[in-house]
Design a protein around this ligand. Structure first.
Ligand code: SF4
Length: 371
């Protein structure tokens, strides 16, 4: 392949090495800057690495999202979801309504329910605990994937308990795993502009590592394409892989392209209008080569990218299409144009069209069933 492409010898050296071991941050940054033939070689190499590590299955999960409130005391400049309590569009679902929606999800074949919400002024760790207990009583077998690290921190602070106490309490109440959101870009200078009231980098790391130590796996994410530089993306992925080396608690990496349209930070002229398609492809390809086999699962977000481009990203190192999503309000608020829910047959069509194998999975990438 490399002979035919006749590319820069240094890039070729990095790509050849990446087929055997993880690349360094400097090498990753060089690859993030590739164009033309070098870029094509990067995408092909990432796809080969994906094949070596996870084969040709493209996995997905039948799941359901419940965003139980959009009332939030946070001030994230990239957020178009939050509302003040007295805003006409604000809502706060009762625990009974959350349980009812989760039951509908289960009855419709969902294996996982993903529950997140704003930082509502009236809730604390005991509110989250009670919600988990109510869900668990009604739905003993559904996988509860809930509360971002920011919600975990908010709950602990509001209830004046340690993170470790809180996470143990949530595990006992039925929490199975945590969505690794609120990571955005793990760089404190960027976080001060992007999400000034959120935790800093060290705290995000502490929360996910404590969750992993408590036996609660998490996903990990990166929201990119706003005010950060290429080096910040690389350093972010490097932080994630250091955590993974230590705990092994991440189930997947989910790059999230910034949906700029309705966000304060874009309206104020502080952020770019999101990443380009080529940038997206490079994020998938470079992250595959940075993680190697340390974190085998890299997910494309079809809600943000749309099916057509999500399919292309699956040729650049990614291997998972995420969830069928019964409800999704956060991307929609920020201007995502793609669906709120899809039929698994749409996933299967896209996957088969690439010559890959559709496979249903659970949240922890077990019980893989070819379809
Ligand atoms: S991203 Fe989350 S914490 Fe930040 S303002 Fe929006 S809802 Fe609140």
């Amino acid at each position: 392949m490399f002979e035919l492409l006749n590319i820069d010898t240094h890039i070729e050296e990095i790509l050849r090495k990446s087929l055997e071991k993880q690349i360094s941050c400097n090498e990753a940054l060089k690859l993030m800057k590739t164009t033309g033939r070098e870029l094509q070689a990067l995408l092909m190499t990432a796809d080969i690495r994906r094949e070596q590590i996870v084969g040709d299955n493209v996995t997905y999960i039948k799941n359901w999202n419940i965003n139980f409130t959009n009332i939030c005391t946070g001030t994230c400049g990239f957020c178009a979801f939050k509302r003040d309590e007295n805003n006409d569009e604000s809502y706060f679902l009762s625990a009974e309504e959350v349980v009812k929606r989760a039951k509908t999800a289960w009855d419709n074949g969902a294996k996982e329910v993903c529950i997140q919400g704003g930082l509502h002024p009236d809730i604390d760790a005991y509110y989250y605990e009670e919600l988990l207990q109510k869900l668990r009583i009604e739905l003993p077998d559904i996988h509860i994937h809930a509360f971002s690290p920011m919600e975990i921190l908010y709950g602990a602070e509001k209830s004046d308990i340690s993170l470790s106490e809180e996470l143990k309490m949530f595990k006992d109440a039925g929490l199975d795993s945590i969505p690794g959101n609120a990571a955005e870009i793990l760089n404190d200078d960027i976080r001060k502009v992007l999400c000034p009231s959120k935790m800093n980098t060290a705290k995000w790391i502490e929360i996910v590592e404590t969750a992993h130590k408590t036996g609660i796996p998490t996903t990990c994410t990166m929201m990119y394409g706003h005010i950060e530089q290429l080096k910040d993306r690389v350093e972010h992925i490097d932080i994630l892989r250091s955590i993974q080396e230590k705990t092994g608690g991440f189930t997947e990496f989910v790059p999230l392209t910034f949906m700029h349209k309705n966000t304060p930070i874009y309206r104020e002229g502080l952020a770019s209008p999101g990443s380009t398609g080529i940038e997206d492809l490079k994020v998938y390809a470079v992250s595959r080569l940075m993680f190697g086999d340390l974190l085998p699962n890299i997910q494309v977000s079809w809600v943000k990218l749309g099916f057509k481009f999500a399919q292309i990203c699956l040729t650049a190192g990614a291997n998972d299409l995420g969830g069928t999503l019964g409800e999704e309000n956060i991307s929609k608020s920020a201007g995502a144009q793609h669906g709120v829910q899809t039929d698994p047959q749409n996933f299967q069509r896209v996957i088969r069209d690439m010559g890959r194998i559709p496979a249903e999975r659970d949240t922890l990438y077990r019980n893989i069933r070819l379809v």
